[in-house]
Design a protein around this ligand. Structure first.
Ligand code: 3Y8
Ligand code: NAP
Length: 249
C-alpha cells in the first residue's frame, strides 16, 4: 500500500498536494510549524520537526511511508539533508521538487553574496533604506548593521525586534509586482535584500526593484546533497507511477 510524505511549505508543495489529492493517492503533508496559521491543505497535515534524521526515519517506518517528496524551500537545507539520510536509512524512495534559482535579467542591478553572513557584511557603510525581505529567522544576524532603516516583511506579528530602525509589514505571499512596487516607493527603498528562492511567490520584489532602478543584494542558496530532483508536479506524478504508486483516474 503506497503512502506519500510531502515535506512542504512552498508554492510547489501546495500544487503537488492538490494534484496528489485529486489523484486519490494516500499522502500526508508536513509543515515545520514555523508560522501560526499555515495554509490549509487538501491532505492530512502534520506540523513540527521529526527529531532529526533518526526521528524522520522512525516516522517513515512507523507510518508505513512508501515514498517521500521533499518540496521544501531551497533554503530549508537542514530538512533536505535529513531527508536524504533518513530515506537511505528507511529505504524509502526520495525525490525533491525544486525550482530553478533566479538569474539576473537586463535592467537588474544585483550584487551576489554567498550566504546570509555575506549579506550582513555587504551592509557595511552609511545608513540606507533597506527592504530586508528574508523573513524572521535570520533577523538577529543583521543586528550588527543597525545603522540602516529597514523595511521588514514577516508572516506573523513579531515580538521584540533586534533592529532599532525598522518598519514591519505583516504579510504572507505570494506577492504581486504592483503591491511590492508601491510598498518600496512608500518606504523609499534604496536596497533590497533577497534570498535566491526561485519560484513565483517571492519574485515580485525583484521585478519591482528593476522597474524602480533599485539594487538587490541576492543571497545564494545553501549547497544541498545529491538526490533525485524534479522540477514540476507532472514529473513527480510520473516518478510516483514509475515507482509503483497507483495513480487514480
Ligand atoms: C511555514 C507555510 C503558498 C506558499 C507561500 C514560496 C512562496 C509565499 C515567498 C518576501 C519573501 C521568505 C519566507 C517566503 C515566501 C511563499 C510560500 C514563501 C519568503 C510560508 C509557510 C511557512 C513559511 C515559513 C517562512 C519562513 C521564512 C520564509 C517568509 C504557509 C508562508 C522570507 C523566504 O516567521 C517565520 O518564522 C517565517 C519563516 C521560513 C524565512 C525565514 O527565514 O524567516 N518562509 N512560509 C512552513 C512550515 O511551517 O513548514 O503558511 O503557506 C510559505 C511560503 N512562503 O502558496 O501560499 O513558495 O517560496 N517565505 C524567502 O523565500 O525569502 C518571503 O517577503 O518577499
Ligand atoms: P530547515 O532549517 O532546513 O529545518 C530545520 C528543522 O526544521 C528540520 O531539521 C526539521 O526538524 C524541521 N523542518 C523543516 N521543514 C520541515 C517540514 N516541512 N516538516 C517537518 N519538519 C520540518 O528549515 P527552514 O528553513 O526552517 O524551513 C521550515 C519550513 O518553512 C519548511 O517547510 C520550508 O519549506 C518552509 N519555508 C522556508 C523558507 C526559508 O527561507 N527557509 C521559505 C519558505 C518556506 P527536525 O530535525 O526535528 O525534523
Amino acid at each position: 500500500m503506497s503512502k506519500l510524505l510531502i515535506l512542504g511549505g512552498t508554492t510547489e508543495a501546495n500544487a503537488l498536494a492538490k494534484a496528489v489529492s485529486e489523484q486519490g493517492v494516500a499522502a500526508i503533508y508536513s509543515y515545520a510549524g514555523r508560522v501560526e496559521n499555515p495554509r490549509p491543505q487538501p491532505l492530512p497535515v502534520r506540523v513540527g520537526g521529526f527529531g532529526g534524521v533518526d526521528g524522520l526515519a522512525a516516522y517513515i517506518r512507523e507510518n508505513e511511508i512508501s515514498h517521500v517528496v521533499d518540496a521544501t524551500h531551497p533554503f530549508a537545507a537542514q530538512m533536505s539533508r535529513n531527508a536524504v539520510e533518513a530515506c537511505g536509512v528507511a529505504q524509502a524512495p526520495l525525490a525533491a521538487l525544486t525550482r530553478p534559482a533566479w538569474t539576473a535579467q537586463l535592467g537588474d542591478d544585483w550584487r551576489l553574496v554567498p550566504d546570509v553572513a555575506g549579506a550582513v557584511a555587504a551592509l557595511d557603510g552609511a545608513s540606507q533604506r533597506v527592504f530586508l525581505a528574508v523573513g524572521r529567522m535570520h533577523l538577529e544576524d543583521f543586528a550588527t548593521q543597525p545603522q540602516h532603516h529597514y523595511l521588514l516583511r514577516l508572516v506573523d506579528e513579531p515580538g521584540a525586534l533586534p533592529l532599532p530602525n525598522c518598519d514591519v509589514v505583516v504579510s504572507r505571499g505570494p506577492f504581486t509586482q504592483s503591491d511590492d512596487r508601491a510598498l518600496m516607493q512608500r518606504h523609499g527603498t534604496e536596497l533590497v535584500v533577497s534570498k535566491n528562492a526561485g519560484g513565483t511567490g517571492a519574485r515580485a520584489k525583484l521585478d519591482a526593484a528593476r522597474a524602480l532602478g533599485v539594487p538587490v543584494l541576492m543571497i545564494d542558496r545553501p549547497a544541498l546533497p545529491e538526490r533525485v530532483e524534479l522540477s514540476n508536479v507532472a514529473q513527480v506524478l510520473d516518478w510516483l507511477a514509475h515507482s509503483g504508486v497507483n495513480l487514480g483516474v
